[in-house]
Design a protein around this ligand. Structure first.
Ligand SMILES: NC(=O)c1ccc[n+]([C@@H]2O[C@H](COP(=O)([O-])OP(=O)(O)OC[C@H]3O[C@@H](n4cnc5c(N)ncnc54)[C@H](O)[C@@H]3O)[C@@H](O)[C@H]2O)c1
Ligand SMILES: [Fe+2]
Length: 402
C-alpha cells in the first residue's frame, strides 16, 4: 500500500507533471477506445496508427484553425509522417455546404481517414466527412429515422480519430452527427454505428483556452444530457447510473473550470462528464433538446447555452413525472429540498455562469412560435421527454422560455 501511495505522491514528480493530475490518466474501451489524460495529444500518431489511418485529413472549425493547439497538433501529425492536411471551413452548427466542401477536400487529398478536432461543430463535421466521402446517396437519406442508416455502404466509411477541444457535446463518443439543413433551417441527426470514432484522445489541456462563456455553455450541454437521460422513461440502467454521476461531476467541477480555465483537474473532470453525458443519452433526451434544436437551427444560438436557458422551464413542465427521480438526484448531489431544491440549484448555477434568463435575452428575436413548435414536435428528442409533448403544451412551454 505504501509503495502504491509513493507512486502517486505528487511531491516526487517534476513541476510540469505536477500540473498534470497523474491520477486522471487512463485508457478506456467504453464506449470506444479512449486515451484520457493531460498531454496525450502527443499520441496522435499512435492513435492514427491504431485506427489504420496513414493520410488523415484534420477537420476543425474556422475559429480553432487559428489557435496554437491546432498548430501543435498539425506539427505532431507532420512529425509522425501523417502530413499536415487540414479542412477548416466549418461553421458553428455546421450545415450541408460544410459537409459537401469537406467531402470534396477529403476526396481531392486522397485521404484514408479523418481526425475530427474541435467542439461539437468540428467533431460532427469531421465524423460526417468520414462517413459521406464513400457514399453515393445524398446526405439527408441517412437521417436518424427508422432503419435509414442501413442504406449506407458501411464498408466505405473511413476511420475516425476524435479529439474534443470543448467539454460538452460528447460527440467524440457518439454514433451520430448533428448537421443543420440550412435550406429548411432544421437540425438533422445523421446516425450510423460506424460514425463512432474508433479512437478518441481526451486531453484536457486542449480545453484550457476556452473562454468562460463557452466553458459554461458546453459544460451545461453535458449537464443537460445527464438530466434528460436520467429523466427519460426508457429502460437503460447503465445510462441511468452514468447520468447521475455525470451530474455530480458537473456540479463539483464546472464552477471551478469556469472560474479558472487553467484548473486542469476541473477541465479533466468536465471532459469525463461530457463523454458520460453523451454515452448516457442513449437512454433518451427530452424537451430541452427538442426545443434547443429548432431554436439553434433558425436563430443560430449556441447549443449548450440554449439548453441552459430552457432547462428551468422544462423542469417545471415535466414536474409531475420527475418530482420523485429528481428528488433522488438532489439527495445524491447533496442538495436539500428534493425536486424544488434541484430546480433552485439550477437557477443559482445558471446565474453564476452568466446564463441569460430568457430566450429573448439570449438573442432570439421575433420568433415564429408555430414553426418552433413544429420543429420541436418533429425532433427525435421529443420521444424521450417524460411528459408527452403536444401542440398545446409545447406552446405554453415555449412562451415560458421566451
Ligand atoms: N453529436 C452529438 O452527439 C452532439 C451533441 C450535442 C451537440 N452537438 C452539436 O455540437 C455543436 C456545438 O458544439 P460545441 O458546443 O462544442 O461548440 P462549437 O464546436 O460550435 O464551438 C464553439 C466555439 O468555441 C470555439 N472553441 C472550441 N474549442 C476551443 C478551445 N479549446 N479554445 C478556444 N475556443 C474553442 C470554436 O472555435 C467555436 O467558435 C452544435 O452543432 C450541436 O448541435 C452534437
Ligand atoms: Fe446537447
Amino acid at each position: 500500500m505504501t509503495a502504491l501511495l509513493d507512486l502517486i505522491n505528487t511531491d516526487r514528480i517534476d513541476t510540469n507533471e505536477k500540473a498534470r493530475p497523474m491520477t486522471l490518466t487512463a485508457n478506456w474501451s467504453y464506449p470506444t477506445q479512449i486515451r484520457f489524460g493531460a498531454g496525450r495529444i502527443d499520441e496522435i500518431g499512435a492513435a492514427c496508427a491504431a485506427a489504420g489511418i496513414t493520410r488523415p485529413l484534420l477537420v476543425t472549425d474556422r475559429g480553432l484553425a487559428g489557435l496554437e493547439i491546432t498548430a501543435r497538433t498539425l506539427d505532431l501529425m507532420g512529425e509522425a509522417g501523417l502530413g499536415r492536411a487540414i479542412f477548416a471551413d466549418v461553421d458553428p452548427n455546421p450545415d450541408q455546404t460544410n459537409v459537401a466542401d469537406g467531402v470534396a477536400a477529403y476526396r481531392a487529398g486522397g485521404h484514408d481517414g479523418v481526425i475530427a478536432f474541435g467542439g461539437g461543430s468540428g467533431l460532427d463535421l469531421g465524423k460526417i466527412v468520414a462517413f459521406q466521402a464513400g457514399q453515393t446517396r445524398p446526405l439527408w437519406d441517412f437521417e436518424d429515422i427508422g432503419d435509414w442508416w442501413t442504406r449506407a455502404d458501411a464498408d466505405a466509411i473511413a476511420p475516425i480519430v476524435a479529439v474534443p477541444t470543448t467539454a460538452g457535446t460528447g460527440s467524440e463518443v457518439g454514433r451520430a452527427s448533428v448537421i443543420t439543413n440550412s435550406e429548411t433551417q432544421e437540425k438533422k441527426i445523421i446516425f450510423h454505428p460506424k460514425i463512432l470514432p474508433s479512437v478518441v484522445i481526451c486531453d484536457p489541456e486542449l480545453t484550457v483556452g476556452m473562454p468562460p462563456a463557452i466553458t459554461a455553455g458546453t459544460g451545461l450541454d453535458a449537464f443537460a444530457h445527464c438530466v434528460e437521460a436520467y429523466c427519460s422513461p426508457h429502460y437503460h440502467p447503465m445510462s441511468h447510473g452514468m447520468a447521475l454521476e455525470g451530474m455530480r461531476i458537473v456540479k463539483e467541477y464546472l464552477p471551478r473550470a469556469y472560474a479558472d480555465g487553467g484548473d486542469i483537474e476541473a477541465r479533466a473532470q468536465m471532459m469525463s462528464a461530457a463523454a458520460m453525458g453523451a454515452t448516457a443519452f442513449q437512454k433518451g433526451l427530452g424537451a430541452i433538446h427538442a426545443l434547443s434544436h429548432p431554436i439553434g437551427a433558425i436563430h443560430h444560438t449556441h447549443h449548450g447555452m440554449t439548453n441552459a436557458v430552457v432547462m428551468p422551464a422544462v423542469l417545471r413542465f415535466n414536474r409531475t413525472a420527475i418530482e420523485r427521480p429528481l428528488g433522488r438526484v438532489a439527495q445524491y448531489l447533496g442538495i436539500k429540498g428534493g425536486y424544488e431544491g434541484f430546480c433552485a440549484y439550477v437557477d443559482v448555477l445558471n446565474d453564476s455562469l452568466g446564463v441569460p434568463k430568457s430566450l429573448k435575452a439570449l438573442g432570439v428575436k421575433n420568433p415564429d412560435i408555430d414553426r418552433l413548435i413544429e420543429g420541436a414536435l418533429k425532433d427525435p428528442s421529443t420521444g424521450g421527454n417524460p411528459v408527452k409533448m403536444t401542440q398545446a403544451n409545447t406552446r405554453v412551454l415555449l412562451l415560458d422560455c421566451l
